[in-house]
Design a protein around this ligand. Structure first.
Ligand SMILES: NC(=O)c1ccc[n+]([C@@H]2O[C@H](COP(=O)([O-])OP(=O)(O)OC[C@H]3O[C@@H](n4cnc5c(N)ncnc54)[C@H](OP(=O)(O)O)[C@@H]3O)[C@@H](O)[C@H]2O)c1
Length: 247
């Protein structure tokens, strides 16, 4: 079983994905940005459960740091797994921002663009030479690409761009049997954008066929499936994982 890089693995969906992936016998390199302690805690839980994980610092918005990050990943691969290749990459790191379109600043627009579209583009490009034949790329997008949700226009637009980019990755990497899919969560109970208050959560649950918001594990299990052989014939898709949100 190979090793997977998961960005934003210190909290929320990324942290649960790291644990689900490790449970299936894969190695995990998870990244953190501002919360090294949370990342260490994820590594501790994985190690305690008999898996293997390493946490590295990465700011997905800082493309200039990707060469140094690549070197750190390769060093970790050699040291902990005696390999130089990766079985997968999960572009998960992200943040939310509520602001009506009319008052979004250029800095807010650029910040969201850097993390949700530019970062995944160049991080994937950086690791392409190290992905094994048959490797799997998973890009985290959002159900806001399907359902227009007032206040998240740039976020949703860049996630939509990431869904298009996912299909281009599948097209251009297919000759190396590398798959690329997008996982598009509905509302998930994490700290994204400051988390969900009770009233907002109740409204979202009422709009969901299965009658609740999602948990990080609901999404993490699907990502882990796409990284495993169970997902070997799924390619170039956007899988909405939302319990039937506004259908
Ligand atoms: N939660 C939802 O309802 C929902 C719905 C649809 C899509 N999504 C998408 O799912 C993904 C994960 O979201 P989540 O809900 O798990 O969020 P979360 O609980 O807030 O966790 C975000 C993770 O991303 C990392 N991160 C944030 N900015 C970063 C940056 N500039 N560089 C590197 N890492 C960065 C954080 O690292 P540190 O904490 O170490 O800084 C953290 O590990 C995101 O792409 C999000 O857009 C979430």
């Amino acid at each position: 079983m190979g090793v997977i890089v998961i960005t934003g693995g210190s909290r929320g969906i990324g942290a649960r994905t790291a644990e689900q992936v490790a449970q299936r016998g894969m190695g995990v390199i998870l990244t953190y940005n501002q919360h090294p302690d949370a990342a260490d805690e994820v590594v501790r839980r994985i190690t305690e459960a008999g898996g293997k994980a390493v946490a590295l610092k990465l700011d997905v918005a800082d493309v200039g740091s990707f060469e140094a990050f690549r070197a750190a990943v390769l060093a970790a691969l050699r040291q902990s797994w005696d390999t130089t290749t990766l079985a997968g990459l999960v572009n998960n790191a992200g943040y939310g921002l509520f602001n009506p379109l009319e008052s979004v600043s250029e800095a807010q627009f650029d910040g969201l663009f850097d993390v949700h579209l530019k970062g995944p583009f160049f991080l994937t490009q950086t690791f392409l030479p190290h992905l094994e034949e048959g490797a799997s790329i998973v890009n985290l997008t959002s159900a806001t690409t399907r359902v227009a949700t007032a206040g998240v226009a740039p976020y949703a637009a860049f996630k939509g761009g990431l869904e298009v980019l996912t299909r281009y990755m599948a097209k251009e990497f297919g000759d190396r049997r590398i798959r690329a899919n997008a996982v598009s969560p509905g509302a998930i109970r994490t700290e994204l954008g400051g988390g969900l208050d009770d009233e907002f959560e109740a409204m979202l649950a009422a709009q969901t066929a299965l009658g609740r918001v999602g948990e990080p594990d609901d999404v993490a299990r699907v990502i882990a499936m796409l990284l495993s052989d169970d997902g070997a014939w799924i390619n170039a898709q956007t899988l909405e994982v939302a319990g039937g949100y506004i259908i």
